[in-house]
Design a protein around this ligand. Structure first.
Ligand SMILES: NC(=O)c1ccc[n+]([C@@H]2O[C@H](COP(=O)([O-])OP(=O)(O)OC[C@H]3O[C@@H](n4cnc5c(N)ncnc54)[C@H](O)[C@@H]3O)[C@@H](O)[C@H]2O)c1
Length: 349
């Protein structure tokens, strides 16, 4: 079943795990150094449909002899990796991931899992049929201050209200301008997944409006507001815009959570704060120290790789394991459906 926890084969041989990066664009260039830095992995190849990009990216890391290819299947057959890191554009996520899984190769993917829920369902099915680990790395889950906020929220008792605001005056890459709903289709997954991580609740239904304020520079609906019903009766509300006229939030938004024992707030960057309800005591949890200090790196990739490698070695599912992560994508696809139809949409997997 799509929503049930998955089981996957572990790797017992005493050797580094062999990884191939697929996609040599911006984020592929951030993942490759992680495979080189992790003591339990090695980088054995790089694929890009534009092979010159893979060659140039490898050369930049001093890896002139690294096998590169424009053919995923050729590199999988030639190098026999244990896993790939899918760093392609969202439209290619489905085909790249399913191709690897069907060859018995595990997959760690960039967000979002896929563009549509149907694609995502078929990817989860492919992982089940192959008995391989398929996980999506939601890098913000590993922010030390998000973890501190999550722990603080856990002390508030059963949550009733969770809100997040995301406001950025952002003129992003060209593709954002081509999307019908650029905020929902590109950014919202980070906030929606964080809402699940912080609350421990799953989505039940959503009502969403997506729209263009008069001053926006986007052709598409760059602003949205959504009300999610979550399990346990929690309401999670989201409001955001790519065209904020001042007073930007952080890249992880601005948050408030309320439960019977009090309220916690987080500006999406710094330490969380908390205030107890009358008769209760709550204190904000402090963030823990960086587990990978002293190295310039893209946030949350080293931690995600560590969880993935632990998964392949022990069978313990990483946070973004596909049967769980599909719920975050379902929040996006249901919000889009609600925005397009004007109806409250139940969220089913
Ligand atoms: N977690 C984050 O904060 C974060 C940040 C940036 C990007 N991302 C995600 O990473 C993914 C890639 O983003 P990007 O900014 O690196 O994009 P990009 O356009 O810079 O790079 C994508 C690369 O994939 C290649 N490609 C496309 N289809 C392919 C296929 N079928 N097989 C092999 N290669 C293929 C392209 O040629 C390109 O070089 C997206 O899903 C994006 O949402 C996540």
């Amino acid at each position: 079943m799509v929503g049930d926890p998955g089981t996957f084969e572990t790797i017992k041989e005493d050797r580094p795990l062999r990884g191939v990066v697929v996609g040599a664009g911006y984020i592929g260039g951030q993942w490759a150094p992680e495979l080189l830095a992790h003591p339990g992995t090695e980088l054995v190849g790089w694929v890009d449909v534009v092979v010159e990009r893979a060659r140039a990216a490898a050369a930049e890391l001093g890896l002139d002899d690294l096998p590169v290819s424009d053919s995923l299947t050729a590199l999988l057959d030639g190098e026999e990796p244990d896993f790939i890191v899918n760093c392609t554009v969202p439209q290619a996520h489905h085909d790249v991931t399913v191709t690897a899984l069907r060859r018995g190769v595990s997959v760690l993917s960039e967000k979002p899992m896929a563009v549509t829920l149907d694609e995502a369902r078929s990817m989860v099915k492919a992982a089940d049929e192959a008995g391989r680990l398929f996980a999506v790395n939601q890098n913000r889950r590993f922010m030390q201050t998000l973890v501190a906020f999550r722990r603080t929220v856990a002390d508030l008792g059963p949550l009733g209200v969770l809100t997040s605001e995301f406001f950025m005056p952002y003129r992003g890459p060209e593709f954002l301008g081509t999307l019908e709903h650029p905020l929902l289709q590109d950014m919202a997954i980070h906030l929606f997944d964080a809402a699940r991580a912080v609350s421990g609740a799953d989505p039940v239904s959503v009502y969403c409006e997506s729209f263009r304020p008069s001053w926006t520079w986007y052709p598409g609906a760059c602003s949205a507001t959504a009300i999610f019903e979550m399990t346990g009766g929690l309401r999670y509300t989201f409001a955001g815009s790519w065209s904020a006229p001042g007073q930007a939030t952080s890249w992880t938004g601005s948050w408030r959570a309320a439960g019977p024992r009090g309220t916690a707030r987080w500006d999406g960057k710094g330490d969380p704060t908390a205030e107890a309800a009358e008769g209760h005591v709550v204190r904000p949890h402090p963030p823990e120290a960086d587990a990978f200090p002293g190295r310039r790196r893209f946030q949350g990739l080293a931690e995600g790789l560590e969880e993935f490698v632990t998964g392949l070695r022990t069978g313990q599912a990483p946070q973004g394991e596909c049967h769980d992560n599909i719920r975050s994508l379902a929040m996006v696809t249901a919000a889009l459906e609600s925005a397009r139809t004007g109806a409250r949409v139940p969220i089913t997997l």
